[in-house]
Design a protein around this ligand. Structure first.
Ligand code: ADP
Length: 484
């Protein structure tokens, strides 16, 4: 199959979250399966300096964007056979140190930046010489490419235009702008309707994908069901319910070449199931790195992530006040809303012998936390997929998760299946439920036999990208009519 992916971030070139992990690893998994894969993404500041093999493609672009015309170039990189990365070089839009916002404020020209990005993705899908059969757009930043192809197919009568797939990584981010920005699309106004991209009088970029994609996916089966309900639907549950027939949840995978405790270059003591004793040494290293007492006997809890409402900062904060009563340690690495940082730092400062917080984005430290902790807390209000709980499982670190979205799909609680149990689930969104989960963890920590049963189950659980890629291939084949 010939597939063009469009993603506004991709590891290792750019990253703010799980989308980058998926775009980077999924594109490789498809190429490993023998597909011809392209990945189109912006050329952000610093990429050219870090990846010196970039080559200019003879594909000059001069594209209308509302009243102006915007020129850009395409640079390519071939990280492995079967995979080409197409970087869009438009310095005015993308040569910035950060991807979407500065000092917590979205860039004022994000509509221009990503409608343009979507136009280029559609242009490549239609005109690359290897003729992609599928354009797979990710999140609101790429969603308009779906409508551009739909429009080409419908009005220009281009019967062989590629089919389209939209993946929603997080419905909370929809790319909503003033209606005047619709002019940037240069599309007729009939798409700006209730059934199209209009959303309470405004322009909603994600809707362009949801309303017009041939198939829609989300990053876990449970999240696919959740977003058709009012509670999780972020105002789009009605449309999603209408499109339920083409909506499917496929759990993301884990890149085990990057997240393997046996070969992880970021930790000092590599370990596997038969050498779990080394895990304790990583725990000691981590305690030292965070300035906590190096006690092997004390249960060490961790958390990594964007400190935003979605991730359950409020209940975590309240739970920490209660967790301080127990003999445990807790480390956190995160960045995000300044207010969230401040409240967590305040509670940590009250108990410096138990809690330690590091603000910032630090890839190496995130690996050391996964390796060194005994338990990993993810108290999300909602979670489309979540990756850290899957990393935790592979590192013998037991996840304590709220049973939503991908957290629910990837973790098995004792009450669900005693033989396969690998984590602890709680259901209510409140700190009492989370603290109860922590208490269960403390009891588990005292029961060496059960603890190693959980660890073993977790380390053996397999969330490889191969499985995910296989499921997507089936979906692509159905939508292109290759397989009925
Ligand atoms: P989301 O995409 O909602 O942020 P995910 O769990 O799907 O959440 O993916 C987050 C990814 O970003 C994981 O790989 C996680 O380890 C990483 N990450 C998040 N915050 C940090 C941070 N402060 N430092 C290092 N890595 C981080």
């Amino acid at each position: 199959m010939r597939i063009l992916l469009a993603s506004s971030e991709a590891h290792p070139y750019s990253k703010t979250g799980g989308l980058a992990d998926m775009a980077g690893a999924f594109s490789k998994a498809l190429a490993r399966k023998g597909c011809q894969v392209g990945l189109v993404t912006p050329l952000y500041a610093g990429v050219r300096e870090r990846f010196r093999q970039l080559r200019r493609l003879d594909f000059p672009l001069d594209i209308p964007l509302g009243m102006q015309r915007v020129r850009a170039e395409i640079w390519t990189l071939d990280p492995m056979p079967g995979l080409t990365i197409y970087f869009i070089d438009e310095p005015g839009f993308y040569q910035r140190a950060t991807l979407y916002q500065k000092d917590g404020q979205d860039y004022p020209d994000n509509a221009e930046r990503f409608i343009f990005f979507s136009k280029v993705a559609a242009e490549l899908a239609l005109h690359l010489p290897w003729r992609p059969e599928i354009l797979h757009a990710h999140d609101w930043q790429a969603a308009f490419s779906v409508l551009f192809l739909h429009h080409t197919r419908r009005l220009a009568g281009w019967a062989t235009a590629p089919r389209t797939c939209l993946t929603i990584h997080n419905l909370a981010y929809q790319g909503v702008f003033p209606p005047s920005q619709y002019a940037l699309t240069n599309l007729p106004w009939d798409y700006f309707s209730h059934d199209g991209v209009e959303f309470y009088g405004r322009l909603n970029c994600l809707k362009a994908g949801i309303a017009f994609a041939d198939v829609i996916t989300t990053v876990s089966p449970r999240y696919a069901r959740e977003i058709t309900t009012e509670e999780f639907g972020a105002g789009l549950h009605g449309l999603l319910l209408q499109r339920n027939r083409v909506l499917k949840g496929i759990l993301n995978g884990v890149d085990y070449t990057e997240w393997d405790p046996g070969s992880d270059p970021f930790i000092r003591h590599n370990f596997a199931l038969d050498s779990l004793a080394h895990k304790v040494r990583n725990k000691a290293d981590l305690q030292a790195e965070f300035g906590l007492a190096q006690r092997p006997d004390v249960p060490l809890f961790g958390n990594i992530g964007r400190m935003v409402e979605q991730k359950g900062v409020d209940i975590l904060h309240a739970a920490l006040n209660e967790m301080a009563a127990y003999d445990l340690q807790f480390v956190l690495l995160g960045s995000g809303a300044p207010e969230a940082q401040r409240i967590l730092q305040t509670v940590a400062a009250r108990h410096p012998e138990k809690f330690a917080i590091r603000i910032g984005f630090d890839e190496g430290l995130s690996h050391r936390i996964e390796a060194g902790c005994d338990f990993f807390i993810m108290p999300s209000r909602f979670e489309p997929c979540g990756l850290n709980q899957m990393y935790s499982l592979r590192y013998g670190t037991i996840p304590i998760v709220r049973a939503v979205g991908g957290l629910s799909d990837s973790v098995v609680d004792l009450r669900e299946d005693a033989a396969l149990a690998n984590g602890i689930k709680f259901y209510q969104y409140d700190s009492a439920a989370l603290v109860k989960g922590v208490r269960k963890a403390l009891a588990l920590y005292e029961n060496a036999r059960l603890l190693s049963h959980f660890r073993k189950n977790g380390m053996l659980a397999d969330f490889s990208w191969d499985r995910t890629a296989e499921e997507y291939l089936k979906l692509y084949e159905q939508s292109t009519g290759r397989r009925k």
